[in-house]
Design a protein around this ligand. Structure first.
Ligand SMILES: Cc1ncc(COP(=O)(O)O)c(C=O)c1O
Length: 443
């Protein structure tokens, strides 16, 4: 399905309201509290819609409204909702086996996936550790760095986001408030450097990086090749090569978190490799399972060797790591991204879309837009007016049938991560709707 929006009843319709209120009564109070804060902040309604089904780049809510999904599961739905190729692979695996025996006895799909993922790493001899969530992959990378270097220190970046379980949370540079309540439980050996937003800020970043590395305490340099939740910030081209060289000189592992950028989303299989570095460790997640939960940490033979040096103790495993159905989905996803040339498609469609958005938003009467930025089909539209206006714009878009989320450290960026095979006519139509929403909210 590749349809323009069709809104029958103003969102949220009565079924959405009813189901949302039942959910609010039983789930963590965090999410409703956030909606209330956002509603106060933006003056715009923030009550949620409830999804009924998805097909390709469309979502239908429980009231029958049809939306175009430009959030696509926070960028995880590389092939849109319920892609038929992946559904067929999942169904075939479901007939055979749902759960093997973790790290004791694997199912065939895990073997095939690990072989396939090892080939994605840009040097021979790579090793693979599977997980379920992005945070699992980052946790595996942080533990690997400790084993490889003997150092607990982590250098991370302001604006960076790596998941919220305890290991990655300590390195969350997006909001200190995410870490603060749990500070007593987190790794205290994390240093943050500013993420370079442009060529001018690179010298400041590298100065902070060199100072942190000079302590000799850093084992892992954890970085997103393009900030995702941090607002689709593309660093200057020299950043990753400089960081890689500095990390190598200091004996720290370069860990590239490609959970958002990887597998085509940023117009490259791996954005770090495209930028000219060979990371010691690469984290993948989000799109790997096309919507099913699976993640991976890939690493060079040298970086991963530490795991073999513990007399076979199982230092890092979990019941569902390498689950056969998720592995089958991941294999089919990698095949589909390859067969449909979605990496180059994301790069080209993203460039055309960003050019179109810039042209339309620079047009008559559209003010209050700072800029359009990103790589491939991870696109940020930075707005003036802070989080309040971004929330108001995103709500207007929802009311028109376009699903977008807000991001950036200040919450002032519309974050657009559609399926990589989205029909470009939908992207073109969105430019017009966004221009109208930007004008209407620019009081
Ligand atoms: C770059 C990056 N790393 C890690 C994560 C964490 O992934 P998950 O939410 O699956 O734990 C995210 C999630 O948004 C992410 O964007």
């Amino acid at each position: 399905m590749s349809r323009l929006p069709a809104i029958r009843v103003a969102p949220p319709g009565p079924r959405s309201r009813e189901l949302a209120s039942r959910l609010i009564a039983v789930e963590s109070p965090a999410f409703d509290a956030r909606r209330e804060t956002r509603a106060r902040q933006s003056g715009a309604e923030q009550s949620p819609i409830v999804y009924e089904r998805g097909e390709g780049s469309n979502v239908v809510d429980v009231d029958g409204n049809v939306y175009v999904d430009l959030a696509a599961g926070f960028g995880a739905l590389l092939l849109g909702h319920v892609p038929s190729r992946i559904a067929a692979a999942v169904a075939a695996q479901e007939q055979r086996m749902w759960l093997a025996l973790g790290d004791v006895y694997a199912a065939e799909s895990k073997v095939l996936l690990c072989e396939r993922l090892a080939k994605l790493y840009p040097a021979p001899g790579a090793r693979v550790m599977l997980g379920s969530t992005g945070a699992d992959a980052v946790t595996a990378a942080l533990k690997t760095a400790v084993l490889a270097t003997g150092r607990a220190g982590v250098l991370a970046f302001e604006g960076g986001y790596h998941g919220l379980s305890h290991g990655p949370l300590a390195a969350c540079g997006l909001h200190a408030s995410f870490r603060e309540p749990f500070a007593g439980q987190l790794n205290s050996h994390v240093t943050f450097a500013p993420y370079p937003h442009d060529a001018r800020s690179l010298a400041v970043t590298m100065g902070a990086v060199e100072r942190a590395l000079a302590t000799g305490a850093i084992g892992a340099v954890l970085v997103e090749p393009v900030l995702g939740r941090g607002g689709c910030v593309v660093p200057p081209a020299a950043f990753l090569p400089s960081l890689g060289a500095a990390s190598a000189r200091a004996g720290a592992l370069l860990v590239c978190d490609e959970i958002w950028t990887g597998l085509g989303r940023s117009g490259a299989w791996l954005a770090s490799v495209e930028a000219g570095v060979v990371p010691d460790l690469v984290c993948l997640g989000k799109g790997l399972g096309a919507g099913l939960p699976i993640s991976a940490c890939l690493g060079s033979a040298a970086a991963m060797a530490g795991w073999g040096a513990h007399g076979g103790a199982t230092l890092h495993t979990a019941t569902h790591f390498g689950a056969p159905v998720a592995c089958a989905a991941a294999l089919a996803t990698l095949d589909a991204v390859d067969a449909l040339s979605l990496v180059s498609r994301a790069r080209d469609a993203g460039e055309r879309w960003m050019a179109g958005l810039r042209a339309r938003l620079a047009g008559a009467g559209v003010t209050g837009v700072v800029g359009v930025r990103g790589r491939g089909l991870m696109v940020g539209v930075a707005l003036t007016g802070g989080a309040a206006r971004a929330l108001a714009v995103s709500r207007r878009l929802l009311n028109e049938g376009w699903i977008v989320v807000t991001g950036g450290a200040a919450g002032d960026v519309l974050t657009l991560t559609p399926a990589l095979d989205i029909d470009e006519s939908l992207l073109e139509a969105f430019a017009e709707v966004l221009a109208v929403a930007a004008i209407a909210t620019n009081s």
